[in-house]
Design a protein around this ligand. Structure first.
Ligand code: UT7
Length: 324
């Protein structure tokens, strides 16, 4: 017997405003064709003025709780992955807790940029298998539109806003790969690569929120190599390989990265959940958004073996294998 962290519910929320690629043609030297061809992105959602990360997170959390048939007060912990919090503090997670009307348990944020959801999921799994929590709400929520430099065509066309959430619950498994729930995790970081992807502002440097800066091509090369590697490692830890995978649910940054990673894992694209065309890169929100959309589309079904993988600023990257 082994305690497993099983997905009980999933949900997402996207802000109302949809921005098509062509809208950028008016202010930047770019084209819809370039953005589609180089990234696979066709459109993204942007939060309305005054609409904050915690508000998106609360809506996604409500959807996931509804799906699970559970109340917020039944969550022992709330973990929010975000790099675009409403405030320096308190955490978005405590704001979500209050917004959901719960005073039970504890709530905190995890910051690992685009790898944030993989880190938060690994962390929540740890809370459950160590017996510290029975039910954990894990959320990825971002408003990256707030840290864009709108004159930098190399970054501002790539990102979008949104939130996704899952409810994890402890369940007894047999201890085999046939169990539902999180089966394997693999996390990495290497702070020597800070300059490749960072925000040029912050509390203890210049007191400003700052703007995202990225050496896209260098990050691309790290992504293609490191994502396949971490997914392989997570699967190998439990004696599995790409052949066993029903769905790769990757971080949605660039369709070319998603395709190259699937190829390296020898998983055909028919078994990859792709949402980047509609959401752009929503950083820590991209995987839970893709899980929720993939489930709604009828792609992800109970019992499917799923691999999630993500990389972002830090660099920080990792992978989680779970049976839905
Ligand atoms: O989620 C966190 C992790 N982040 C990522 O995974 C992002 C990884 N990187 C990427 O997705 C890609 O590197 C980008 C989409 C950012 C860029 O694509 P690329 O194929 O690597 O292009 P590049 O950076 O090598 O640039 C090629 C050309 C450049 O022009 P020159 O120097 O060759 O004349 C850029 O200035 O494309 C130009 N360019 C653009 N052209 C039209 C860059 N952005 C644009 C644009 N529209 N929006």
């Amino acid at each position: 017997m082994k305690i497993r962290a099983v997905v009980r519910g999933v949900g997402h929320y996207l802000p109302e405003r949809i921005v098509e690629n062509s809208e950028f043609e008016a202010t930047l030297e770019t084209t819809d064709e370039w953005i589609r061809a180089r990234t696979g992105i066709e459109r993204r959602h942007f939060a309305a003025e005054g609409e904050t990360t915690s508000q998106l997170a609360i809506k996604a959390a409500e959807a996931a709780l509804r799906d699970a048939g559970l109340e917020a007060s039944q969550m022992d912990a709330i973990v929010v992955a975000t790099s675009t919090p409403d405030f320096t503090f308190p955490s978005v997670a405590t704001m979500v807790q209050a917004g959901l009307g719960s005073t039970h348990g504890f709530a905190y944020d995890v910051q690992a940029v685009c790898a944030g959801f993989v880190y938060a999921l690994t962390n929540a799994n740890g809370l459950i298998i160590s017996g510290q929590a029975e039910r954990v709400l894990v959320i990825g929520a971002e408003t990256f539109s707030r840290i864009m430099d709108w004159s930098d065509r190399g970054t501002c066309v790539l990102f979008g806003d949104g939130a996704g959430a899952i409810v994890l619950e402890a369940a007894n498994g047999a201890g085999s790969n046939a169990d539902r729930g999180v089966l394997s995790t693999d996390l990495h970081s290497d702070g020597r690569y800070r300059e490749l992807l960072y925000v040029d502002g912050g509390v203890s440097t210049n007191g400003q929120a700052g703007h995202l800066r990225m050496q896209g091509n260098a990050v691309f090369k790290h992504a293609v190599q490191k994502l396949a590697e971490t997914a392989h490692t997570a699967l190998a830890k439990i004696g599995m390989s790409g052949e066993d995978v029903d769905w790769i649910v990757p971080h949605q940054a660039n369709l070319r990265i998603i395709t190259a990673t699937a190829e390296r894992m020898q998983v055909p694209m028919e078994r990859v959940v792709v949402t980047v065309q509609d959401h752009g890169n929503t950083s820590a929100a991209s995987i839970p958004l893709a899980l929720s959309v993939g489930r709604d589309r009828g792609q992800i079904k109970t019992g499917d073996l799923i691999v999630t993988e993500a990389i972002g600023g830090g660099l920080a990257w990792g992978s989680v294998v779970l049976r839905w």
